[in-house]
Each structure stands twice: as structure tokens, then as C-alpha cells.
Write a new protein. Structure first.
Length: 729
């Protein structure tokens, strides 16, 4: 009997929910481990407090002297909460978060005067030994080291006994080495561009903030069971395993009652989130068995991205206490739904207006339409770049694999807004007559709020859908850092708004148009130019693939194809113009992502080869041997007659041999393709070879293994099965 699997099953089946009690109501706990306004008011001098506020609101630089005072307050606050260490917390290009803890504790050189120390210098800058973080060749020279620098716009927080200071990670030569710097640059670009456009409608707007509310999907698997699967451990997904007889076909898990162990985990997790100031709000079962979702109240994008990265870390740590493992992979199990991370996005002014929310007056609705149509135009003109922003080896399993959503980018806006756009499309070219303007304002622009109320036809198959007061970018991978998608989306909209402003100004100046006339004229042209991206139908259908092809929309099903758009001339120019990436940074990131893709497929190939040969084949042979013994015995007893009696056994023996042969030859062929791919020196070509030459063997090898799983005696099968992973609660 295979011991690991059955031990794990025994462990998992006898587990009880871990005891957990909430310490206080959520509103009392919220943010108590965050150095937020409340804590700053208590621990900072008024000058220091003003310095931080100015930095957050206006990006003002914090002087060193002031940093000393802030650090002092921060240290006092942290020490009062039992903190012993501090760390600069950052997001290198590995997709996860990084930290290096230093104790506050210091002594003089002779060991005397022990003291807890933390000053402005430690707050503002730290030098992690950064040579092993991905840098895409930026830091090849000895001098070009990296350092982390404090990001005052995301508040410091305490996790465990460590004070975590959100920071950016930057090369001494100035290039960004992390996910946060480009995001901050993109957010500043959209702030500037959107504020300028807002001034057409309200002169009081001084700042526009991009908002993000992510929805995080995940699987929760018993720890013992997850650990019994080497593929889950090493790659985050199952590389083989026959689908369970029962999967999600009965839809009995979706929104069903949450299993007790999972619910206890969620309550514990939510309490941690409250302390850390992550405003989690929603929890429910997802479509696949043991799949769940968690969503917060939306926040300013930089903070929301930090909170999502932090959450993913906290989720794994809390899971440890509850004997669970969280799977963030986009497709951990074949045959049931994968996981995504919907990014709900909008723009908010400092006057309290959601720019993507229609309202009561025609004038503010013209503002809504301006931002709405500009966003659609931005996606239309940059669909390949948007697709590239969500391309990873694991997300390829969702996009372009007959699952939510397709690899084709399109925008869903609903029937009513489609009608509004078509009416705006027939606006007169040039100056509008007073009658036309009145009619537009009363009957088209003025009607939107009523209309949206009954706009309920949500299309779940659309990768980018308007949902009443925000856009929902649904194609982001569950395992991704949101910043890649958010940097790109905010960048392309920022660029679009700059172009819009220029075009409107141009009409006002050269054609002597009124502001409204100019805006209507430009929007009309945008609607005409953005037709190809609007799609209301079933995004999964073959018909759409054909139609999208005719429209000239891209349909990149794999990462190596998709990410080329990141270094297209259009993308390089756009990023450079907005100051988000210079060419060196953009090229470096593209290289890093190619390498990451290659490594992921390489690891999967190795793990699959190992499991197939070291687990599956030996098990199959053992079982085949019992069959052979059986046939021998039958021959001894029945003599010539045995051929009829042992017919089925003999067929099985042959079938097993066939699959063993299949596995061996395919693993060998795959290994050869890997060796060939490794010889390539061009990162793009190597990723393509892994994608097109190595990866196709995975399915073949898996099929042979999965067939054997069905043939071999359950008692001797070593790998924990799908039904056990998915239905143990
Ligand atoms: P669903 O898409 O599952 O129907 P909801 O429409 O309730 O869910 O909202 C999903 C997410 O959208 C939530 O995380 C919420 O915080 C976020 N959200 C709501 N309004 C905004 C906004 N203005 N900007 C960004 N995110 C928002
Ligand atoms: Mg959603």
C-alpha cells in the first residue's frame, strides 16, 4: 500500500476545525497594526504629520531632518506594540514580496549601551543584498547595486513582531527594479492627464486617483494532501491526475454554504486583514469544489496593490495554522474552473466624484461619457499591450483555453450604453446647432442614469466589462501581482486622455469651436474608431474567435507570443513619453518575463518527467506483476484453458505495457527538446521553443499516466487523487 497518500488521507479526514474566536468587532480592529492617520496623530509632531500628509497628497519630498522625527514616532509606536525588528517591504520582479529583517536593537562597539534604535536613515533607505533579484541585465556592473526607498503613500504596518515599511526597489543608476515604481509613475501620469480633462467640467478638481478593487480567487486544499503531491509542491498545479467522476457539473459548490474548516480559516484570515487595514468584505464559494473568493472594499490603486500582495502572503501563513495550503495558481486542476483576479478599476476626483459613474446632470454625464469613451479608445488602440500585461505561463491555462475569459481583448458595455454611443455617433460634424445640443443633453446624455439602473445584462465572458460605475478587468491571473495590469491600464488611459485634451484644444483654437462642440466632435470620432473592440456576445464561442479575427483583433494564446507587444515601438514610445519605463527598463522587464516563462515550463517538464517515471511507472509495473502472477497461477491450475480464463488480465498487462512505453518514449523526446531549447541564446526563441516544442509533450505524458491511474489497483496508486484533493473538506 502506498504510504504517503494513505497517511495524508487519514490525517486529512480526521481533522477538526481549529479553534478560533474573534478578539473584537471588525470596526474596532481595523488598521490597528497600521501607522495610519490615527497612529500618526498620536505619535508624530504636527510638522512631521504635515510632512507625511503632503508627501501622500502632493508627492512632496520629505527632508532628512523630518524623516528622523517620523522614524522616531514610528519606532515608539512599534515598540509599544511589541515589535523587535523592522524591514523594508518591497515587490521585486519575482511576483512576490521581499523583506530583510533588521533588529531595532543596537549596542556600541564594546557591547555597552544596548538600545533600540531606528532613525530617518533606516526609514528612508536600505540596501538589501539585491544581486539575486531579477534585473534583466540592468545591474551587471559592480557599482550598479540596488537600494530600497520608502514609499510614504503606503503606510507602514506591523506583521508579527516586525515593522514593515513599504518601499520601492531601485538601481543606483536609477532604473526601476520592482513592480511599484512603474505603478507609481503610471498613477501619477493618469492623475495629471485626468485632472487636466476634468477641468473642462469642474475647475475645482486638483487630483484624480485611480481606484482598484480586486477579487481574489483561490483553492484551499488540506495541507497533508497538498504535500503528498510533488507536482503541487513544486509547480503549484497538478501536472497529472485523472479528473474526478464528480467535478463541478452539479453547481452544488458555487455560493453554497462554506465548509466549516474553510469558514474558520476565513474568519481568522479576515481578523488578520482587519489588523493590517486590508478592508476585506466579501467571501464565498466559487464554482469549482474547494475554490473560494475574497474581495475587499476598493482603495487607491497603490494601496490596493500592496494590500493584495500582502494578503496573498498572509493567506498562506494563516492557512498554515489551519492545516491548509492555498493554491493561487490559475489552473491547479484539469477539468474544473481555474482562478482569476478581477481588477475593478475606476477614477475618482478629490472632489468626491467617481468619473465612471453616470449622474443626474447632463454636464456631469458628458464628463462620464468622456472618461468612458476614452477608456474604450485606450483599450481599442492598445489591446495587445493590455493582453501582454496579464501574460504568464500559468495564466495561459485560462486565456485561450476555452475558459474565462478568452485571450482576445474586448470591451462589454451593455445594450443601453451601446445605444447611447450609436446616438452620439451621428452628432453633426463641426459646430452643433443649439437645438441639437439641447436634444443631446436632454435625451441622450441626460438619460443615462435612468437607463443604467436596469442595465443588468452582465456578460461574464468579457475580459473587460463596464459594470455600472467601473470597468472590471477580468483576465488578470489569480497568481499575478496586480501592478503589471494596473500600470498598463492606467498608462494607456493616461496617454489617451492627453491625446484627447490636445484634440479638443485643437478644435477650439483652429475651428473656433465651443468647448462642448469640440468634445462631442472628438468623442464621435473615437466611437467610430473604437468599434472593433466592442463586443456584447459570448466571448467563449468559436464564432467570436472568427469574428475577432476579421476585425483584426489579436488572439495570442501563449505568453511568448503575447509579450512581444511590451517592446513594440508603440509600447516603448508610450511608456517613455509618460516616464513610466525608459527603453532599458522596458526591455529588461520583457527579458525577465521571457526567462520566467521558460523556467516555469522547464520546471514543469522536469517534475512531470520525474513523477511519470518515479511514481507512475514503478506503480504500474508492480500492479502488472500481480497480474502476471495471477495469469501464471491460472495457467498452473487450468492448463490450456487459461487463455480464455485469463484473457482480460492479459489484455490489461499489454495495455499497461503500452502506456509505460508511451510514457518512456514521450519523456525521452521531451527531454531532448529541452536540451535543444537550452542551447538557444535568444530569450524570445528559447521561450518559444519551450512553449511550442517542450510543452506539447505534457498532455501526451499526462494522458498515459491518467489512463494508468484508471487501470491500476487504487490501493497501490501512490499519488493522491483528484476526488481526494477536491472533495476533502
Ligand atoms: P462582482 O463583480 O462579483 O459582481 P461587485 O460588483 O460587488 O462584485 O464589486 C466587485 C469589486 O468592485 C469590489 O471589490 C468593489 O470594492 C469593487 N469596486 C466597487 N466600486 C469600485 C470603484 N469605484 N473602483 C474600483 N473598484 C470598485
Ligand atoms: Mg467580479
Amino acid at each position: 500500500m502506498s504510504t504517503l497518500r494513505f497517511q495524508a488521507l487519514k490525517e486529512a479526514s480526521t481533522r477538526k476545525p481549529v479553534h478560533f474566536e474573534e478578539i473584537d468587532r471588525k470596526s474596532n480592529l481595523f488598521g490597528s497594526n497600521v501607522f495610519n492617520e490615527k497612529a500618526m496623530k498620536q505619535y508624530l509632531t504636527s510638522d512631521a504629520l504635515k510632512g507625511v500628509r503632503d508627501a501622500i497628497q502632493h508627492g512632496t519630498k520629505i527632508e532628512r531632518k523630518l524623516a528622523d522625527y517620523i522614524a522616531m514616532g514610528m519606532k515608539e509606536w512599534a515598540l509599544a506594540k511589541g515589535v523587535t525588528h523592522y524591514t523594508h517591504w518591497f515587490q521585486p520582479l519575482t511576483g512576490t514580496t521581499a523583506e530583510k529583517h533588521d533588529a531595532f536593537f543596537e549596542t556600541s562597539y564594546d557591547g555597552s549601551d544596548p538600545v533600540e534604535k531606528f532613525g530617518g536613515a533606516q526609514l528612508v533607505q536600505q540596501e538589501p543584498d539585491a544581486s539575486s533579484f531579477p534585473n534583466g541585465g540592468i545591474r551587471n556592473t559592480f557599482e550598479a547595486r540596488g537600494y530600497t526607498a520608502w514609499d510614504p503613500t503606503s503606510p507602514a504596518f506591523i506583521y508579527g513582531t516586525t515593522l514593515c515599511i513599504p518601499t520601492v526597489f531601485i538601481a543606483y543608476t536609477g532604473e526601476a527594479l520592482d513592480n511599484k515604481i512603474p505603478l507609481l509613475r503610471a498613477l501619477s501620469a493618469i492623475d495629471e492627464a485626468a485632472t487636466e480633462v476634468c477641468k473642462y467640467f469642474d475647475k475645482n478638481v486638483k487630483k484624480v486617483t485611480a481606484t482598484l478593487g480586486w477579487e481574489q480567487e483561490y483553492f484551499l486544499i488540506d495541507k497533508a494532501l497538498a504535500n503528498s503531491r510533488p507536482d503541487l509542491m513544486m509547480t503549484g498545479r497538478t501536472l497529472l491526475g485523472h479528473t474526478s467522476a464528480k467535478g463541478q457539473q452539479l453547481d452544488d459548490h458555487y455560493f453554497g454554504s462554506i465548509p466549516t474548516r474553510a469558514l474558520t480559516y476565513m474568519r481568522d484570515l479576515e481578523q488578520e486583514c482587519m489588523l493590517l487595514g486590508i478592508p476585506v468584505k466579501t467571501r464565498h464559494n466559487e464554482v469549482a469544489p474547494n475554490q473560494f473568493e475574497l474581495a475587499p472594499i476598493f482603495e487607491e490603486t497603490n494601496l490596493a496593490v500592496d494590500h493584495n500582495s500582502l494578503l496573498m502572503d498572509v493567506m498562506q501563513r494563516v492557512a498554515e495554522r489551519h492545516d491548509f495550503k492555498v493554491l493561487f495558481h490559475e489552473k491547479p486542476f484539469k477539468g474544473v474552473n481555474g482562478s482569476g483576479k478581477h481588477n475593478n478599476w475606476s477614477l475618482a476626483t478629490d472632489t468626491g466624484v467617481n468619473l465612471l459613474s453616470p449622474s443626474k446632470t447632463p454636464m456631469s454625464n458628458l464628463q462620464f461619457l468622456t472618461f468612458f469613451i476614452n477608456t474604450i479608445k485606450a483599450v481599442n488602440d492598445n489591446e495587445t499591450l493590455l493582453r501582454a500585461s496579464i501574460a504568464t505561463a500559468s495564466n495561459d491555462h485560462r486565456l485561450g483555453a476555452n475558459e474565462a475569459p478568452p485571450a482576445i481583448m474586448s470591451v462589454f458595455i451593455g445594450a443601453q450604453l451601446t445605444k447611447v454611443l450609436s446616438e452620439l455617433e451621428s452628432v453633426t460634424t463641426g459646430k452643433l446647432s443649439p437645438e441639437e445640443k439641447t436634444d443631446l443633453k436632454l435625451n441622450v446624455v441626460g438619460k443615462i442614469p435612468d437607463v443604467l439602473l436596469d442595465n443588468t445584462d452582465r456578460n461574464r465572458t468579457s475580459p473587460f466589462a463596464f459594470t455600472g460605475n467601473k470597468f472590471e478587468f477580468r483576465a488578470v491571473g489569480s497568481n499575478s501581482n496586480c501592478s503589471n495590469a494596473m500600470t498598463t491600464l492606467n498608462a494607456i488611459v493616461a496617454k489617451q486622455l492627453i491625446d484627447f485634451k490636445n484634440e479638443v484644444e485643437n478644435l477650439i483654437e483652429s475651428k473656433d469651436m465651443k468647448k462642448d462642440d469640440a468634445i462631442f466632435n472628438v468623442l464621435r470620432e473615437y466611437i467610430k474608431q473604437s468599434k472593433k473592440i466592442l463586443f456584447e456576445g459570448d466571448g467563449y464561442s468559436e464564432a467570436w474567435e472568427k469574428e475577432a479575427g476579421k476585425r483584426g483583433l489579436s488572439n495570442f494564446k501563449t505568453t511568448p507570443e503575447a509579450i512581444k507587444a511590451k517592446v513594440s515601438k508603440q509600447a516603448l514610445d508610450l511608456f517613455a513619453e509618460l516616464g513610466i519605463f525608459n527603453h532599458v527598463e522596458a526591455e529588461a522587464r520583457y527579458e525577465i518575463e521571457l526567462e520566467e516563462y521558460t523556467k516555469k515550463i522547464q520546471i514543469e517538464g522536469r517534475v512531470l518527467g520525474d513523477i511519470a517515471r518515479n511514481h507512475v511507472i514503478p506503480t504500474a509495473i508492480r500492479y502488472q506483476n500481480t497480474l502476471i502472477e495471477n495469469v501464471k497461477g491460472l495457467k498452473e491450475i487450468f492448463g490450456k484453458e487459461f487463455e480464455t480464463i485469463a484473457k482480460e488480465q492479459i489484455t490489461l498487462i499489454k495495455e499497461i505495457s503500452g502506456h509505460i512505453e508511451g510514457i518512456n518514449s514521450k519523456v525521452l523526446a521531451m527531454t531532448n527538446e529541452r536540451k535543444k531549447a537550452n542551447q538557444l541564446t535568444d530569450a524570445q526563441k528559447m521561450a518559444e521553443a519551450y512553449c511550442n516544442k517542450v510543452k506539447p509533450y505534457f498532455e501526451d505524458i499526462r494522458n498515459h499516466c491518467d489512463k494508468l491511474e484508471l487501470l491500476v489497483d487504487d490501493e497501490s496508486w501512490t499519488l493522491t487523487k483528484y476526488r481526494e484533493l477536491l472533495f476533502t473538506k
